[in-house]
Design a protein around this ligand. Sequence first.
Ligand code: PMP
Length: 427
Amino acid sequence: MTSSEQLFETARQRIPGGVNSPVRAFKAVGGTPKFIDHASGAYLYDVEGKRYIDYVLSWGPMLLGHAHPDVIASVTAQLQKGLSFGAPTEIETQLAEKLCSIMPGMDMVRMVNSGTEATMSAIRLARGYTNRDKIIKFEGCYHGHSDSLLIKAGSGALTMGVPSSPGVPAALAEHTITLSYNDIEGVQAAFAEYGDQVACIIVEPVAGNMNCVPPIPGFLECLRACCDQSGAVLIIDEVMTGFRLGLQGAQGYYGIDADITCLGKVIGGGMPVAAFGGKRAIMECIAPVGPVYQAGTLSGNPIAMAAGLCMLEHIEKDGFYAPVFNATDRLVNGLKERADAAGIAMTSNHVGSMFGVFFTDAEQITNYQQVMACDTERFNRFFHGMLDGGVYLAPASYEAGFLSAAHSDTDINDTLDIAERVFKTLR
Ligand code: PMP
């Protein structure tokens, strides 16, 4: 039997860091990433045959659990017809119709292959539609790795951004304004100064890339109002929250409509699918109808559409969400009780089927600075204790966790029992 250690060593010879996406490398938590052989329901199985209760779920998509038989059957049936045609198929329109019927304010939608493509294209579209260059984003939100979005805050509030990666031109970074998440006054001040130059705001409606940080009351409403007053486009990046906070994502949950919505993860059921969609007047600026260019050889891939469509047909059913949300409540409240009993300072956030735990004395976490002040060393020990016990959490303290419809009461109870033992080792 080949171990994860051996496979990782071999992988590192040919793949930078041994992985095709950095966080998989366990760099933040240390140790060797588990190489996965297969997955089923709520469980991952590594190459050594060890089973883990999975709270990463491929970073969010597997809302039905892994290898759901109906999704596998849909994909298998579609596979028999061929893998890709580079020409339109009926199933693309079926998925588009489904998305537009579900998402508030979505008249038209374009399929792409990753969340990065969705947000990158949405920003180009917003710039083309408004004929303005500046964009506003928030510290701690991640929207993929396109150049305009790999920008961190400048030195003081209201300064222009600086690249957060070599390879991103400073001249481009100048057009990105990075503000503090949940800072309503900061947003108002930015619009007072630059409002007529702002093409768009892009926001994670619940930030899931700095652990799990929900919006404070009034924050999303303020973004909507500033966009309405200034003519900027509100891009709500629901790549993570889409279908996780309910059928209509964060927009349904908080009652805020986007001008452009980015979707990903769940809509592909585990296949590489994402999408951006919104108001007809904006979407008709996209080629071939309008002048803003956007394209993709494999976009709308029929196998991926089949997986997504089957996924959405399941989650649309009455009563789908309540058990997943209840399981999330039970897990998070149970972790908090056990941490308290063990004398470990911890707080948590959860919304719908997303959650995060923070090792901190702070009572509530609402922004990036507070997330950065949490005890990462303690999280790392928690992570490894849980992993050894058979629970797979995200290998970094800055990532949200996810539940699926496949997580049973027994899985939650087992997770809490393991956590109880691990908390005692963290003192
Ligand atoms: N937006 C959000 C909110 C995300 O969480 C992610 C990925 N985690 C992306 C965009 C980028 O998606 P992808 O990794 O598919 O490019």
